[in-house]
Structure formats: C-alpha cells, structure tokens
Design a protein around this ligand. Sequence first.
Ligand code: UD1
Length: 362
Amino acid sequence: MQLDLIAGTRPNFVKIAAIIHAMENYSQEITYRFIHTGQHYDDSLSGNFFKDLELPAPHFNLGVGSGSQAEQTAAIMLAYEKFLLKEKPNLCLVVGDVTSSMACAITAKKMGIKIAHVEAGLRSYDWSMPEEVNRVLIDSIADYFFTTTPQASENLIKSGKAEEQVFFVGNTMIDTLLRFKPKFRKPLVWDRLKLQEKKYLVLTLHRPANVDETKKLEQTLKEILRHSKGIPVIFPVHPRTRKTIETLELPGDRLYLIDALGYLEFNYLVQHAKAVLTDSGGITEETTVLGIPCLTLRDNTERPETVSLGTNEIVGTNRQQLRSALEKLLSGDWKRGCIPELWDGKAGERIVDILMNKQLPL
Ligand code: UD1
C-alpha cells in the first residue's frame, strides 16, 4: 500500500509522528511519502519538531510559506496537485484541522484518491474559527475517519457516515506525549528565571480572535497579571502573536516573553507548571493527560472531554470569568480529572493495524 502522509504545522508533526513511528515495523507492507506543505517553516515551529520527535526528513516539501487563508489554500492545492499528477497514492492521510490538511484533502479527493482523516469528528460549532471550517470540509469528503473519542464518532454517524467508515482509535497526540515524556528537557529559561516546581504559569495564545487585535491582547495580558497573585507567567510566543505583541506596551515585569519552544522543552515547562492558560486545542489534551490544570481562553472547545473528564475549564477572555477562574485555581480548588478512554499511547498502532488488516477498501 502506498500512502501520502500530510503535515504542515506544529500540531501536525506531533500527530503524524505517532503514525510514522507505528509504521516502522511494516516497511515491507506499507510505503509512504511524508509530505511537508511548508505552512510552518521556521525552526521554532517546524525544524526543532523534527529533531525532538525523531521524525525522518520529509520526502517532499511543498514550500508554500505564509499568506492569507486563501493564498495558503491555493498554494498548497496547486503544489500538491502537481505532485499527484506524477504519482498517485492509494490513500491520502491527513491529521487535525489546519489549512494544510484541508487543502490536501480536497486536492486528492478531486483526483479520485481516497482520504483518511485522523482526529475526525471534532466540532466546536464556532464558524468564526478557520479550523472549524477545515474540520467540516475534511469530514464532508473523507472516506475513513479515525476518532479520538466516542463523541466524535457519534458526531460523524449523526452526520450520515456509515459505521464501517468510522474507527475510534484514541489520540495520536497523546501517543507522542507518552512516548517522549521520559525525554522532556529543561528549557534554558528554567535556570535563567530560577523557576520552581508549581510556582509559575504557562501562557500560550495564537488564535486570530485573541491576538490579531492589539487592544484585546493587551487587555487579556493585563487581566492575567492582575489576578495571578505575583506568580511569574511564562509566555512562549507563536510567530503570529509576535507580530502584535511587538506593538504593545507590556504590563508589569512578571510576564516573561520567550521564543516558541521545541516540543520536549515546552512539555517540560507544562509538566512542572502550576497551570496552563491557553487558546490551543491540543494543549488542553496534553494537560489532561499530565494532570495539570488548564484554563482555556476561548468561549468553546471542540474537545469537550478535556472539560467533562480532564483538567480543562472553558474560561473565555472576559474580565470577570478570568478573574474567578484564577481565584479558584490559586485557592487550590481545581479538579484533578481523569484520562479519556483509549488515550493510552496506542492510537498510532491501532491505525496501522486497521490499514494492515485491509479494513479500508481502497
Ligand atoms: C496554524 C493553524 C492552527 C494551529 C497552529 C499551531 C490553520 C488555519 N491554523 O495557525 O490550527 O493551532 O497553526 O501553531 O491552519 N509564521 C511564521 N513562521 C512560521 C509559521 C508561521 O512567522 O513558521 C507566521 C506567518 O507569517 C503567518 C502567521 O505566523 O502570518 C500565522 O501562520 P498560519 O500558518 O497562518 O497559522 P497559525 O496561526 O500558525
């Protein structure tokens, strides 16, 4: 079987790593082309992840770089189509909800190639997020669906997918977390700031709704500092956020802006933090498994199990909500949570088993 594995952004590399590592024992039966779209291109979001996650170099890099949503989508589709015209795989496997996954899925589908979607069926029902548009588009045309939760499978069945197309396999992002946990490594900032176990907060923000408007970002940062009782806040800054932050007058001296970290260093920081404040989706899953309190600075989530079972709470970004969530956290009144079903480090193996057992008619 010949597979195309698509990845283009930081969270894609984390998810695809689990599948590539699970395929290591089957190189006779499954061959793959690992395709990097180039959506994320600098070392902080791409190169470092390859080293940390022991990923092989991609076979091809479509080199699309940055641009508006439409520019990126168009550039990825043009480049991948050209590539497919030379040789078609039996299956194109895309992960998650980023522009790269959506653009490659549409291109492959129109060329008659079957699509498998890993992390299918998640829904925030928030159409202001480009990721929700991507999720729904991918799921509307994919042929096979690998899900992280029973609820995600249910969402797909309700939308008309047949049970034989949907496979609840667990969470490849958690496979990677558990595989590399023994290798988490202290970032330089630990000693430089003399950080102490459970005595600092980690903050990440990159969603357009939170960071593209200077005023909104400034307000959020001020509220966090006002209600975090003197605790240092470590903020590894995504390149997207860097653009806005450079125009800000930053409040206080307890907010430490650092460059985006590699995977092993970032998760070391998370593992030892008092809590994480984030607008990411993947981080809410990782904190659930690591048992670290997580405050989601969005009004919704496509990953409800991180709230119903895990350590995550939807806090939003308004003043009152942020204040009461931080008070609750700092008074020690945070739920411990439990780990969702099948988030056990074996999702990649389950996916490869399904491919090997020829459960997908190709
Ligand atoms: C993308 C994903 C988001 C994911 C996030 C993780 C989409 C729609 N969004 O958001 O779901 O959670 O990645 O990081 O696909 N840039 C750099 N260096 C890079 C990459 C990007 O400077 O290596 C800059 C670009 O100039 C661009 C901005 O960051 O303007 C945003 O990049 P983009 O790829 O559009 O999406 P993200 O915001 O990173």
